[in-house]
Design a protein around this ligand. Structure first.
Ligand code: COI
Length: 359
């Protein structure tokens, strides 16, 4: 059964007077620069979500200089992608997992949770309206960004009483145009035990910008974040989860309070386990990684995330030394995983796991 068709909610619609779609070149898409014609909005006030609507993508009204989110970053977001198949149906990949994670992040940030029917029906109607914005070709998709932000006009540091839920979308190409160079970060931290690293919230990303910028100045696209206590164990790569194939072991950090519970991450691990790979969710010491690079047991490293999908890593910098990683073979695990995921979410392969929503 297609759960998306069962919801009955009142969602008002106001259509754009002139679609911007004819101006868009699907062959030349950057990430997150172009936005589709419409957005879904809902307001939270007096203890409930209300005023569900779809309207043209435009400036958000009534955002004052005292907006609590602008000052204290009380917000959560998600990222997922829509595809189309040859029958021109809309396909969403594991969208229910994004809903669960949105609400998990919301709890951590004292934000009211979104009922599933609002999330699903809002997204379904929005995508139905803007289905022409879904690029049909491989390597591109429609990125969907659900967001909840605090709406109170108040400078007191406390949870807001009012919020807005927004779903915006935009066609995207690859997040990284080339294999990624990363530097093991041994000074700054992205997250700490008991902190908010597992939440998809604005502050986590804002805090990563300065260290990432320093890394960029040294020629690295992203940082390989390590634990905040000892800078000894690898946690994430930039805005992605990160995995290492060492011998036959596919190693990635266990999800916990410092690691984002990635949906691409869990999909990749599930597929790899089914393929007989020795998947290990455990601490990986930087020293173990360096040793594998020096003794020849290292096979490949890649980041996983919705935006980046599977991003091969081509260089790791550590304590002033750069380790160039072996070129990734066509039949490498990362490439096989990428092909499998692409085939499932583009409807080319049967979805035996209930991972896709289609309409
Ligand atoms: C995603 O992979 O969707 C993310 O949320 C990363 C992003 C901040 C670009």
């Amino acid at each position: 059964m297609n759960e998306l068709e069962t919801a009955t909610l009142e969602i008002s619609t106001r259509l754009t007077e002139k679609s911007r779609l004819p101006e868009i070149d699907f062959q030349n898409l950057n990430f997150g620069r172009v936005f589709s014609d419409h957005v879904f909005l809902a307001d939270y006030q007096n203890g409930r979500w209300q005023n569900l609507r779809i309207q043209p993508y435009e400036t958000l009204p009534r955002l004052t200089p005292a907006n609590a989110c602008l000052h204290y970053g009380q917000s959560v977001f998600e990222g997922l992608k829509a595809y189309t198949n040859t029958e021109k149906e809309v396909i969403l990949f594991r969208a229910d997992e994004n809903w669960k994670r949105l609400n998990k992040s919301a709890v951590r940030m004292c934000i009211p949770q979104i009922p599933k029917e609002i999330y699903k029906e809002g997204m379904r109607m929005l995508l139905d309206m803007d289905r022409g914005w879904i690029p049909p070709m491989d390597g591109a998709s429609l990125y969907i960004r659900p967001l909840i932000y605090a709406k109170d006009n108040s400078l007191g540091v406390r949870p807001s009483d009012t919020y807005q839920f927004v779903i915006l979308t935009g066609p995207v190409g690859a997040y990284y145009g080339e294999p990624v160079k990363v530097k093991v970060e041994t000074h700054f931290s992205r997250a700490c035990e008991g902190g908010m690293g597992a939440a998809k919230s604005a502050g986590n990303y804002a805090g990563s910008l300065y260290p990432a910028q320093l890394g960029l100045e040294e020629g690295y696209h992203q940082l390989l974040w390590t634990d905040s206590k000892e800078h000894k164990y690898i946690e994430e790569a930039g805005t992605m989860n990160v995995m290492f194939l060492i011998g036959n072991q596919l190693i990635t950090a266990e999800s916990g309070s410092t690691i984002l519970d990635g949906i691409t991450r869990k999909s990749v691990l599930e597929l790899a386990r089914e393929w007989g790979v020795d998947v290990q969710e455990r601490k990986l010491a930087v020293s173990e990684l360096i040793e594998s690079l020096e003794n020849g047991t290292f096979v490949e490293a890649f980041g996983t995330g919705t935006a980046a999908t599977i991003a091969p890593i081509c260089q790791i910098g550590y304590e002033g030394k750069n380790y160039d990683l072996p070129t990734v073979a066509k039949d490498a695990l990362s490439n096989r995983l990428l092909t499998e995921l692409e085939d499932i979410r583009r409807g080319r392969k049967a979805d035996t796991k209930g991972w896709i929503w289609k309409f």
